[in-house]
Design a binder for this molecule. Sequence first.
Ligand code: HEC
Length: 115
Amino acid sequence: MLGSPAGAQEADGSDAAPSKPVFSNPFSGQEDIQAEGRTKFNVHCSHCHGPNAIQGERPRDLRRLTLRYGEKVAEVFLTTALDGRPDKGMPPWRNVMPEEELWKVFTFLGTVQKK
Ligand code: HEC
């Protein structure tokens, strides 16, 4: 038949979803991690993002992450934290804090999100 697809994607009967990195917090919902994440935040991030993330300047107000990014929040958080935004004054943390530590910070930030 003209125009009939070869059907390669149906070969194993599963949906051939494009593979992309998974951005999900391994500590999601773990209350014991929140305080640890807050401490790390206050050591590494608070001098720009405010003690306990209380910061009035919008671009730096990490309490607005969920409002700003919705379901992409974990992805935006991790990529921004790892790579920074050097042109905007946000340093990259890739060689400073392991991803695991950054997810702990993210777990804390989850407790202070504005709705
Ligand atoms: C030297 C100051 C500085 C430090 C330290 C810093 N940041 Fe930032 N960060 C910024 C600035 C400035 C911005 C806003 C960039 C912009 O305007 O897009 C920002 C933006 C961000 C954003 C994106 C916010 C948004 O709404 O798009 C995230 C996420 C973030 N920082 C996480 C962190 C984390 C986590 C730490 C600690 C590990 C940290 N930052 C430490 C300066 C800093």
